[in-house]
Design a protein around this ligand. Structure first.
Ligand code: FES
Length: 143
């Protein structure tokens, strides 16, 4: 299995790892395929994601995708973060081996779960905004 240089870089030195003490949006997602878990912490101010951190028991690909995904959403409005797909994340990493695509879904779904939590805390139903959160809605997960 071949990993791109970018994947190796983000795995060796992942960005935004840990817990965010002043997070106001927290999402946790399990990967139906491998059972790994991802926890995402976001700090949102005026609809902008000002900070993001993650913790995972996932594999190298999960760590690399979360590292780059958090980099991509920090400083972005919620609406942009919701548009971030696992495909865009995989492209930003110069690809992932096909058997590892399911790992990248963890980051995308954990970000959505955290944003859903942000709305729930305000008494707003997140489903019309965030959509349904599925641990594995991507076809690649069912390979
Ligand atoms: Fe579980 Fe990659 S094998 S996240």
């Amino acid at each position: 299995m071949e990993y791109s240089e970018k994947v190796m870089e983000h795995f060796a030195n992942p960005h935004n790892v840990g817990k965010l003490d002043d997070a106001n949006a927290i999402g946790e997602i399990g990967n139906a395929k491998c059972g790994d878990i991802m926890k995402m912490y976001l700090k949102i101010e005026n609809d902008i994601i000002v900070d993001a951190k993650f913790n995972t028991y996932g594999c190298a690909s999960a760590i690399a995708t979360s590292s780059i995904a958090t980099d991509m959403i920090i400083g972005q409005p919620i609406s942009e973060a919701l548009k971030l797909t696992n495909k865009a994340v995989v492209e930003a990493l110069d690809g992932l081996p096909a058997v590892k695509i399911h790992c990248s879904v963890l980051a995308e779904q954990a970000i959505k779960a955290a944003i859903a939590d942000y709305y729930k805390r305000q008494g707003i139903d997140p489903e019309p905004i965030v959509g349904k959160i599925d641990d594995c809605e991507d076809d690649h997960c069912h390979m």
